[in-house]
Design a binder for this molecule. Sequence first.
Ligand code: NAP
Length: 285
Amino acid sequence: MSADPDRHVLILGGTTEARQLAGALAAAGTGPGPRPEPGPGPEVGAAAGAAGAAGTCPAGHVPLRVTTSLAGRVAAPVLPPGEVRIGGFGGAGGLAAWIAAHRVTHLVDATHPFAERMSFNAAAAASLSGVPLLALRRPGWSPGPGDDWHFADSLAEAALRLPGLGSRAFLTTGRTGLHTFAHLADTWFLVRSVDPPDAPVPPRLEVLLARGPFTLDGERELLARHRIDVLVTKDSGGCATAPKLTAAREAGVPVLVVRRPPVPEGVAEAQSLAAALEWLTGTPG
Ligand code: NAP
């Protein structure tokens, strides 16, 4: 996209796509160095070694300011290029105030497809501030030949359906919703998450602390070693498929898939980095 000194893109992040977008924007329009903040805020400053937060650009470079916002859920997040701020805004009103104070011209909601509250807040804040909003959502997954997929509309529905599908579950829906399964005393759980889960958790549980990407061989080995007979996942999407889904198909293990919440009504949607960059190029702030 063309660099414009008046452009400030706020990326609501926490995903690979958000990091990729920040990287592409940094590469497209800026030189290195911090840009002065217009006012106090919860920012933690520019990510180390990153190009993208301009203000001390060499002559001829026109700065495009890029800030990624992280919720602060993960203890040691992978930081994107550009400026980074961490922590909630205090609802849609807080986000709208941040947008105004930092002269944000474009808002990109690149949060995880299941970060429903933040997406709702983004839509409300964009409409309060009159700033254009794009939802960047990786495509979801679809079952292929040989898959035995079952669907639930929420984690609560998944917890209801789970005992009918298996008794040794590999739960990959994240630690924050684990309390939804806490009452299932007859199911043994292998839970994989980046940080340890908080109570309440199911009584029969093994926690595997790990951060992706994961390999097909690794997923095959996990399913076999723990005698997994059902896999639970959100339809997080991303690549055409995920190694855990392939491993489940190969092993004849049923998969319980939690469907995504919809993107808030009226919000423009892009499913790829290229489409997001195109939107940013063609959308005046
Ligand atoms: P959520 O339920 O939609 O949001 C809850 C609150 O967390 C929001 O109201 C907001 O607080 C704050 N928040 C969320 N994302 C934020 C961001 N990028 N920057 C600043 N504040 C943010 O979100 P969630 O499902 O807990 O997800 C939290 C983060 O983890 C998101 O950034 C998401 O991309 C990432 N993530 C989520 C999942 C998942 O399965 N949900 C998976 C992988 C990564 P205020 O109202 O105070 O602004």
